[in-house]
Design a protein around this ligand. Structure first.
Ligand code: SAH
Ligand code: SF4
Length: 438
């Protein structure tokens, strides 16, 4: 017997066979597949008990889903064949989000279109996830062990010849359908960052962001958020606990407008997949009630926090980010003060540099005053704006970026420059919009 809640859940997915027109042959209900992936160890134990099995079988199932990263019931060899077929006959499948398409950048970045939901499900949507070998320096100087070894100094712009691709406008022709096969070669990276989406599209409507153009399509479930990570870890053969992999919840969507599912995903990734919350950073556009809630999360489950400031004052910010009319900079500063930072942890402010709009020296001085007002250990991550079609801003000149960084650093604010990764495949910050045109 299935747990009643699970049975009820399952019944919602019973669909009439769409292959038959109404009035023709009798319609036969087809049980829709329900995903095990996304359930935590407790729910899996309840499911097992419902099937007349001991609760510890739930732990085995969790191990298989989140640590061994199986993608099919047949791979769960710790469960008997009989039990696996029982699960299948009850409508269960692994149901982990699947990397359906891969775009590879000249700089090694990979952008994944991840298929969410069961393939049988009508609303199966794709969402985007980005794999950045060697990261983008987003964690630099945040005081934790997930930070890049480079703690001080002046990151140059751009960093390497490979980054120089970022100086060009994205070329549609550079977007290529790549081969989909697990990366079996020995690891070519020493550390990596996975950029994870929390919603399909976004409702916040920041004027400089390509994701905003999609509007909000829907929230992702906890399984769909955690599944992007597990699918990327599987593809790259990451050994959790050995390899240095950071997560940033900075893909599509506003995590704090999908708070429950976002935090449920974090719990899955920490408790079931064994990842450390100190190697995770969540970025918010400034959803104050979300920040207040986040401040209450226990340290063992709380990722680090980044605030997308993006402007030196309310006037500029409300033009760029309409959300500022609801929650202004002062209310943001009040909210972040509630977060109890861990020893050596820093609060990050993200700041997108738009030529002429946010990249002037006086803006840098205003930002320095503003972030100091928090009274917290902070750092600023500068992001040179990544262009997107239909967005009428300009990229800042490298000289302006460097001058901005120097001014902030001169004011005693630890300041780092995020490297643009994968601009040629529309994988860089703010460029995620399921761009598949070739
Ligand atoms: N919605 C969340 C997280 C996703 S956006 C947030 O806004 O914080 C991740 C980061 O990308 C944010 O700091 C955002 O300001 C930045 N960003 C958005 N569009 C950008 C663009 N076109 N170029 C550079 N950064 C951009
Ligand atoms: Fe949404 Fe973040 Fe883009 Fe703003 S910057 S529209 S909050 S994804």
């Amino acid at each position: 017997m299935l747990d009643p809640a699970v049975t009820q859940n399952l019944n919602q997915f019973v669909q009439l066979d769409a292959g038959h027109a109404a009035g023709e042959t009798p319609l036969r209900p087809e049980p829709r597949r329900e995903a095990l992936f996304g359930l935590d160890a407790e729910a899996l134990a309840a499911l097992m008990v419902g099937l007349g099995e001991p609760a510890w079988r739930g732990k085995q199932l969790a191990e298989a889903l989140y640590r061994q990263r199986v993608s099919d019931l047949s791979e769960i060899t710790t469960l008997s064949k009989l039990l696996r077929s029982k699960l299948a006959s009850q409508g269960w499948e692994v149901g982990r989000p699947r990397i359906a398409q891969v775009f590879q950048s000249v700089d090694g970045t990979e952008r994944y279109l991840v298929q969410c939901g069961s393939t049988a499900r009508a609303d199966a949507q794709t969402v985007e996830t980005v794999w950045m070998p060697e990261g983008d320096d987003g964690e630099a100087g945040d005081g934790t062990d997930s930070a890049s070894p480079q703690i001080s100094g002046a990151p140059s712009f751009p960093h390497s010849p490979a980054d120089r691709v970022g100086d060009r406008e994205p070329r549609a022709g550079a977007v290529e359908r790549a081969y989909i096969s697990p990366n079996e070669s020995p690891k070519s990276w020493r550390r990596a960052t996975i950029c994870v989406s929390s919603q399909v599209g976004c409702a916040v409507n920041c004027q400089f962001c390509l994701t905003a153009k999609l509007g909000l399509q829907r929230n992702l479930t906890a399984g769909e958020i955690a599944g992007q990570v597990v699918a990327a870890l599987a593809r790259q053969g990451v050994e959790v606990g050995r390899d240095r992999v950071n997560l940033v919840f900075m893909g599509m969507g506003e995590p704090f407008l999908n708070y429950e599912n976002f935090m449920a995903a974090v719990r899955l990734l920490v408790r079931e997949a064994g990842l450390s919350p100190q190697r995770m950073t969540v970025s918010t556009s400034g959803i104050v009630p979300g920040i207040e809630r986040f401040a209450q999360e226990p340290a063992e489950l709380r990722p680090k926090l980044a605030i997308s400031l993006n402007a030196p004052n309310d006037l500029v910010r409300q033009e760029l980010m309409p959300i500022n009319r609801k929650w202004n900079i002062e209310s943001l500063v009040d909210a972040v003060r509630l977060v109890k930072l861990r020893p050596r942890e820093r609060l990050t402010f993200e700041y997108v540099l738009l030529a002429g709009v946010t990249d002037q020296p006086e803006h840098a001085r205003e930002v320095a005053r503003l972030v100091r007002r928090t009274g917290l250990p902070v750092k600023v991550n500068l992001i040179a704006w990544n262009p997107g079609p239909g967005i009428a801003y300009s990229m800042p000149k490298p000289g302006a970026v460097e001058a901005f960084r120097e001014t902030l650093a001169g004011e005693g604010i630890p300041t780092y420059l995020r490297r643009p990764r994968g601009r040629d495949i529309f994988a860089a910050c703010g460029q995620l919009k399921r761009t598949v045109e070739s």
